[in-house]
Design a protein around this ligand. Structure first.
Ligand SMILES: [Zn+2]
Length: 274
């Protein structure tokens, strides 16, 4: 199988230097392997994603020197490449998990549910779910009705989930201890970040996921999803995060280091890559 990598930015703000470095690393790894790089627009979070940011992120990535051969506006064998257009795929995966008994409806914890749509970052990891709704017998059997409830994945308690990260080496987390039953579906009809990401990486035949180190703990959950869906998991390579001069992780609020600002200041992409 030939290498397939992906750039998966979210249009929730302007991309900054830290994103550029991660995406550049993804591109270099695809190039070194003689593989294909695709672009996926991770725009499921309707409250935070904006069309102008989606346009800007493509422009900024091209300016930074990134190039991809499948994606929004280009097309490709796995179109559509925007998550907001892939709800049928997520619903099918949800139904597969539901019929196989991997997930159960959950009526609690609004906070966790609210957070589940976007990629988690350092410091806002879900607390381990106490399992309150695990033993409730599901009242709904109809697919459409089920889509209007929150659903959690029942993790295999006590099982060590392991993988070898391409950058950070061997990783291990124990299900039910280091992380608990996590949300896969929200009652507003959208999949969680974890489910959407796993479904797309499998469907788009991604062989290696290159992304920021803030997502390393998501990998354990996604590995369980790949297995439950009967899909082979990709390899993972988590890039260290860039910090500012105070040691704070770069975020979209660091306007001074956004690619837009740097370009407006006359900086060159070659210089940033250096
Ligand atoms: Zn619950």
């Amino acid at each position: 199988m030939s290498y397939r990598g992906r750039l998966a930015p979210s249009p929730t703000g302007y991309l900054h230097l830290g994103h550029a470095r991660t995406f550049w690393t993804a591109q270099e790894r695809a190039r070194a392997a003689g593989g294909t790089l695709i672009l996926r627009n991770d725009d499921l979070d309707r409250a935070r994603c904006r069309p102008e940011f989606a346009t800007a992120m493509l422009e900024d990535l091209r300016w930074a020197g990134c190039a991809w051969s499948e994606g929004p506006g280009i097309g490709g064998p796995h179109a559509p490449y925007a998550q907001s257009e892939r709800l049928p795929q997520y619903r099918a995966a949800f139904e597969q998990l539901r019929m196989a008994g991997f997930i159960y409806p959950c009526a609690c914890s609004r906070q966790d549910v609210l957070r589940a749509l976007t990629a988690p970052h350092h410091g806002d990891e879900e607390p381990v779910y106490p399992g309150t709704c695990r033993l409730r017998s599901p009242a709904v059997s109809d697919h459409e009705a089920a889509l209007t409830q929150n659903w959690r994945f029942r993790v295999p308690d006590g099982e060590a989930v392991e993988f070898t990260d391409g950058h950070d080496g061997p990783q291990r987390a124990v299900a039910g201890v280091d992380f608990g039953d996590f949300l896969v579906w929200r009652k507003d009809g959208f999949p969680s970040y974890q489910l959407a990401c796993a479904v797309d990486d499998a469907a788009m035949q991604i062989t290696e996921v290159v992304r920021g180190a803030d997502l390393i703990t998501s990998t354990f959950r996604q590995l369980l999803l790949f297995r439950a869906l009967g899909c082979e998991a990709p390899a993972f390579f988590h890039c260290p995060l860039l910090t500012d001069e105070h040691g704070t992780r770069l975020a979209k609020r660091h306007d001074a280091l956004s690619l837009r600002t740097l370009r407006a200041e006359g900086r060159h992409a070659e210089e940033l890559r250096g």
